[in-house]
Design a protein around this ligand. Structure first.
Ligand code: PLP
Length: 404
């Protein structure tokens, strides 16, 4: 409808005026937010051709949307993958990646023993209810991993680039080789590093998955997830999950994550430098018994870190175990922080602290948590972009105050 058409009644004009005009003269410099659930064409013949795949085009935003696809494409480029698809959260993305491995009842997934708690739950509770079995092992022990893989003959291996919360860097190339040896596909959750610090597909993984809620967006104001695959044969399944399960990313969220990407390198450079300073500073603190940080590892783990992560970085997370290794001491310390935020996430511009035993690993049985090294006095710090002196001062004063 042309604006100002007098022949039409006011109610009709209100519905149609200003809509579906010609594209603007001049390209917008920032990707527009296509807040449109559906797309129209000049003729039904065209609609039919789009539906049949004869011509490319958008139909319905659950099948694809230009704003969301622009974000997926950006992350595909950073990950150097063949195809990418965005979802409403990191969990929705992990579900899609596991589904894309075409596992059927009776198949086994071999998972890293210290995956994010909800990922382990997804495997046991959702995929388990369809007859898919899950086995776990320590992916940092390659001998044990290989033995377990040969024993359980998994169809899928799944690990995180940096484990949570003890921050062990995964030797992705070695794990990929084991996956290939047993004919399994390898999914790497790259949330803790982002493609700026690591590109798992280059090391042989089949899928790189992100919770875009973390470093990619970086500002704790949006949720999203992305799967990048090394092979384009996986695209139909990834899109199929999006279409039929319906966990699609909203256009506003896609726009915010895309905006966040533009400062990813700048933020991560600062966050990693701050984390390195904090880890070094806390190493000799008398109220801290242990600092977990990839750069403080053994010669062997340092070698893995150097091969996997962008030099000179070691990530932007630091986990500390308090000298008084109790939940009460951890809570007192976290309550005493003035600047660092008690937050259940990571990867934001501000420094956030989390208590793994009662948050990310709450559902893990206490005995199992201790076996994994997740003690009650362990606190995970996601280091932000603030002035490092302020972060250190806040943590020092909280350590002192909580010990009184
Ligand atoms: N993967 C990791 C490593 C995470 O830490 C999280 C959330 O904390 C997720 C996946 C799930 O992401 P989301 O909360 O966006 O669903």
């Amino acid at each position: 409808m042309k604006p100002g058409n007098k022949a039409l009644g006011i109610n009709t004009q209100l519905v149609h005026a200003g809509e579906r005009g010609a594209p603007p003269q001049g390209k917008p410099v920032s990707n527009p937010i296509y807040a449109s659930a559906t797309f129209t064409y000049d003729s039904m013949a065209e609609v039919d051709q789009v539906f049949s795949g004869e011509i490319q085009g958008y139909i319905y935003s659950r099948y694809g949307n230009p704003t969301v696809n622009a974000l997926a494409e950006a992350i595909r480029v950073f990950e150097e993958g063949a195809v990418a698809c965005a979802y409403s959260s990191g969990m929705a993305a992990l579900h899609a990646a596991i589904f894309a491995c075409e596992i059927t009842a009776g198949a086994t997934v071999l998972a890293s023993q210290d995956l994010y708690g909800a990922t382990t739950d997804l495997l046991y509770k959702i995929f388990g209810s369809y007859g898919i079995k899950t086995a776990t092992t320590d992916f940092s022990d390659l001998e044990a991993l290989r033995a377990k893989a040969l024993e359980v003959k998994p169809q899928v291996l799944i690990a995180e680039t940096i484990s949570n919360p003890l921050l062990k860097v995964c030797d992705i190339a070695a794990c990929s080789a084991i996956a290939r040896e047993v004919g399994a596909r390898f999914i790497v959750d790259n949330t803790f590093t982002s493609p700026y610090l690591c590109q798992p597909l280059k090391h042989g993984a089949d899928f790189s998955v992100h919770s875009a809620t973390k470093y990619l967006s970086g500002h704790a104001d949006v949720m999203g997830g992305v799967v990048v695959a090394r092979d384009d044969v996986d695209l139909p399944t990834l899109i199929g999950v999006m279409k039929l399960v319906g966990g699609i990313l909203g256009v506003w969220e896609a726009h915010e994550i895309h905006r966040g990407l533009k400062t990813l390198a700048v933020r991560m450079d600062r966050q990693c430098a701050n984390a390195a300073s904090l880890a070094a500073n806390l190493t000799n603190h008398n109220r801290v018994s242990r600092v977990h940080y990839p750069a403080l590892g053994t010669a062997e783990t340092l070698d893995v870190m150097k091969r996997v992560l962008r030099s000179p970085h070691a990530g932007a997370l630091v986990s500390i175990e308090l000298q008084e290794n109790t939940r009460e001491a951890a809570f007192r310390f976290m309550d005493a922080l003035n600047l660092c935020v008690r937050s259940t996430s990571l990867g934001d511009v501000f420094t956030g602290v989390l208590h793994p035993a009662t948050a990310s690993h709450r559902e893990v049985a206490p005995k199992r948590r201790l076996q994994l090294g997740i003690t009650e006095g362990l606190v995970r710090i996601s280091v932000g972009i603030e002035d490092i002196a302020d972060i250190i001062e806040d943590i020092h004063q909280a350590l002192e105050k909580s010990a009184e």
